[in-house]
Ligand binder design. Structure first.
Ligand code: DHB
Length: 398
């Protein structure tokens, strides 16, 4: 006979132990607010899930000022600009000069490792490898989440609030009845082929390259490991590509009269990343709030995903903090609108960077030339550069 369901009470039940869920739990604990985080994947799987690697200045501050760990400053790298490359020529955008800000190159999976370590250090309740997760009674004063732990024990968490931070494939947003939410969605006719390679950096900063053969992004991880991407077909089979074919494809997208040549090395990871733009509106149902990819997804160009998730968490944390300190639901009631304002700015930026840098198979000569005009318009104008620099480094947090 299965053991009886064990009931646990807490203040905030968080579905999803990625950076958004862990950061929220971390901030809440510092404010004396109890939470439980449940996550279906195990720690090692998340640690090895490679995502983007650019943190806005505001995201870095959230990590350092909340006492997560200083690793982002010691092992991450500050980047003061990027190269926009088109027609085979690089145009540097100097973020410090343009907007007085920088970004940090620090991989998302390292952010996860730091946050998980901080929760462990501070005695946080984070349960990995749970199964059969459900959220229920969301419109009541005691919303709940249920799950089974790896030993087979069934639990029910009774909370004041549930937070859905369970990523783009998560179940929380699907728990909102279809007639109570709007799904804003677009698909793109391409994807990214991403590699990790053992080699020194090819350039001091990131290169976002538009070429007639499609987009390429030359990114980095550290002095010995680099991250690169090139635009590909969504149905591409990563395993079918030889290293030789990958290098040839990347190189022809950055070729130019300056003779820029990528530094090659063994490729130890190949993957195809899907592209889509999605927003669920509102980011709330009853006493459940959505944060991060659980409520919205951006295409990777510009690396806004994790940064937006942390921005949601900041707004939600302040709202929960106000509620527990004063009993006022005012900020909680404004959470969805406040968070979505930044989300839509980032949706526009990610869409804009994507369409300006990628090419489509059915592209007319007019469209190709128009895009080059757009890139020239940005690169040759301080105002154009400033818009890109401000969005890339992250709009100020209120
Ligand atoms: C990386 C990914 C991005 O989408 C981006 O815009 C910049 C960097 C990265 O993985 O390094």
């Amino acid at each position: 006979m299965p053991a009886a369901t064990q009931v646990i009470k807490t203040q905030v039940g968080i579905v999803g132990g990625g950076p958004a869920g862990l950061m929220l739990s971390h901030l809440l604990s510092r404010a004396g607010i109890a939470s439980i985080v449940i996550e279906k994947r195990d720690h090692e799987t998340i640690r090895h899930t490679h995502r983007a690697g650019i943190l806005e200045a505001g995201s870095v501050k959230m990590l350092t000022e909340s006492g997560v760990d200083g690793r982002v400053l010691t092992e991450g790298h500050r980047h003061d600009g990027i190269d926009l490359r088109f027609n085979g020529t690089s145009h540097r955008l100097d973020f410090q000069d343009l907007v007085g800000e920088s970004v940090w190159l620090y991989a998302q999976n390292e952010v996860f490792v730091d946050l998980a370590a901080a929760r462990k250090r501070d005695g946080g309740d984070v349960r990995f490898s749970v199964t059969d997760t459900e959220v229920l009674d969301l419109e009541t004063d005691v919303p709940k989440m249920r799950f089974t732990d790896p030993a087979g024990q069934r639990f029910e968490v009774q909370a004041d609030f549930i937070v859905g931070a369970d990523g783009s494939q998560g179940m929380c947003k699907r728990a909102i009845p279809a007639e109570k939410r709007s799904d804003h969605f677009i698909a793109y006719p391409f994807a990214w082929f991403g590699i990790l390679v053992e080699a020194p950096p090819s350039a001091p900063e990131l290169i976002y390259a538009n070429s007639e053969h499609g987009f390429a992004l030359i990114s980095q991880r550290n002095d010995h490991v680099q991250r690169m991407y090139f635009q590909c077909d969504p149905g591409e089979d990563a395993a079918a590509w030889s290293d030789e074919a990958i290098w040839a494809e990347l190189q022809r997208r950055v070729d130019g009269p300056d003779g820029f040549t990528l530094k090659r090395g063994p490729i130890f990871e190949k993957m195809v990343l899907p592209f889509r733009s999605y927003v669920c509106e509102p980011l709330r149902h009853g006493n459940m709030f959505l944060a991060g990819d659980a409520g919205h997804t951006v295409p990777p160009t510009g690396a806004k995903g994790l940064n937006l998730a942390l921005a949601d968490v900041r707004v939600l944390f302040e709202a929960l903090g106000q509620f527990y300190a004063t009993g006022s639901p005012e900020l909680l009631d404004g959470y969805s609108d406040t968070a979505l304002e930044r989300v839509w700015k980032a949706q526009n930026f990610s869409f804009w960077m994507t369409t300006m840098l990628h090419s489509r198979e059915d592209q007319t000569s007019f469209e190709r030339k128009r895009i080059l005009g757009e890139l020239a318009g940005v690169a040759s104008s301080r105002y154009g550069q400033q818009y890109l620099a401000e969005a890339y480094t992250g709009w100020p947090h209120s």
